[in-house]
Design a protein around this ligand. Structure first.
Ligand code: SF4
Length: 356
């Protein structure tokens, strides 16, 4: 093995430790005590209206937040659509319920608007596991490669990239780059990267990051569940390991999985992604039975149990508080934003030009 390869391996290995350390220190995330939800809901609605604000929620947030976004003219969507929606909506304040990188992306794309989040503490294991300085050093070791990063990264990592992609557009972008003869450096999710590599045949090297939620789905658990529900179709997000993705009837982004739920004839669906998606998926297929794909193995404890701990930090209480007080405003360093917008714009333009 060359010295360069050794350095690259040491860099990615050190990131694994950073995530493990973070998770071992991370406090148990508790939702605030439940107070009258109806009062909270009406206060949030009134605040959104009076402040010309719109609520943009991710599929993995609490169903009560998703419901509010729908009822107030906001959106519930995946990170690509969240970015597009915030960019084109005429509200002066975007309230982003999700995790930190989603708020940053909204701010980079719409710097003239105020972007608020219920909490600025909600992050993502993929973001934590890909610090900008070590990632830049990794890129420097491979100057001949086009740098493609997943949206689940900090603004500084996006600023170092040539392209940003979400899971709903990753295959198309990498396929396009491969057709131009470009070799890819992919970060941070190694499972999604391996899936894209397998599907496109592109020349890719992968950063060693992972999502703690999707990494925990187990092939054996899904196979056991299939014994009980032999007619069920299996829907998998490709942030899961190959052993799980290979069992999928459909693998795809959150939006693609919801579409698949409606298109497949199966009455039962085993779903391997965060359980927050069940709110919109069940709306789309009210007569179908949705089954949570097993995590952690029988009797084992799991770190996420198909529920992202960071998405779970968004609550009605902190949502109201951020709008009422104008707190948790998102700011992005101007120089970083100027560079990050180039890789984000490539993604948005690619979607508009190639996928409509
Ligand atoms: S579900 Fe995984 S990828 Fe999504 S925010 Fe949580 S840790 Fe990150």
């Amino acid at each position: 093995m060359s010295a360069q390869q050794n350095t690259a391996l040491a860099l990615v290995e050190s990131q694994r430790q950073i995530v493990e350390d973070y998770l071992s220190r991370s406090p148990t995330i508790k939702q605030p005590a439940s107070v009258d939800r109806e009062i909270l809901r009406s206060k949030i609605k009134a605040q959104l209206k009076s402040q010309n604000a719109v609520l943009i929620a991710h599929y993995y947030t609490d169903p009560m937040i998703q419901e509010l976004a729908e009822e107030t003219g906001g959106t519930v969507s995946d990170s690509l659509e969240m970015a597009r929606f915030g960019n084109t909506h005429d509200a002066q304040t975007l309230v982003v319920a999700g995790v930190k990188f989603m708020g940053e992306t909204a701010k980079i794309l719409t710097p003239n608007k105020r972007v608020l989040m219920p909490t600025l503490e909600a992050t993502c294991s993929l973001d934590i596991g890909c610090p900008a300085d070590t990632f830049a050093a990794f890129c420097d070791l491979h100057p001949d490669r086009t740098v493609v990063v997943y949206a689940n990264t900090s603004a500084a990592v996006k600023a170092r990239a040539d392209w940003v992609v979400t899971s709903s557009i990753a295959l198309e972008v990498v396929d396009f780059l491969d057709s131009r003869g470009e070799k890819i450096l992919w970060a941070p999710d190694k499972y999604l990267g391996a899936y894209v590599q397998k599907q496109t045949g592109a020349d890719m090297i992968l950063w060693d990051g992972s999502c703690i939620v999707h990494e925990e789905f187990k092939a054996k658990g899904i196979l056991d569940l299939k014994q009980v529900y032999p007619e069920a179709a299996v829907l998998v997000h490709p942030e899961s390991p190959d052993s799980v993705v290979s069992l999928a009837d459909v693998a795809g982004s959150t939006s693609q999985l919801i579409s698949a739920a409606t298109e497949l004839p199966n009455q039962q669906l085993i779903v391997a992604t965060d359980q927050g998606i069940f709110y919109k998926m069940q709306q789309a297929v009210p007569d179908k039975q949705l089954l949570v794909a097993p995590t952690g193995g029988s009797g084992a404890t799991c770190r996420s149990c198909a529920s992202c701990p960071w998405m779970g930090m968004n609550s009605l209480e902190n949502l109201l508080s951020c709008i009422e007080q104008g707190s948790n405003e998102v700011f992005v360093d101007t120089d970083i934003a100027k560079r990050a917008i180039q890789s984000l714009d490539r993604m948005m333009n690619f979607k508009a030009e190639h996928l409509g």
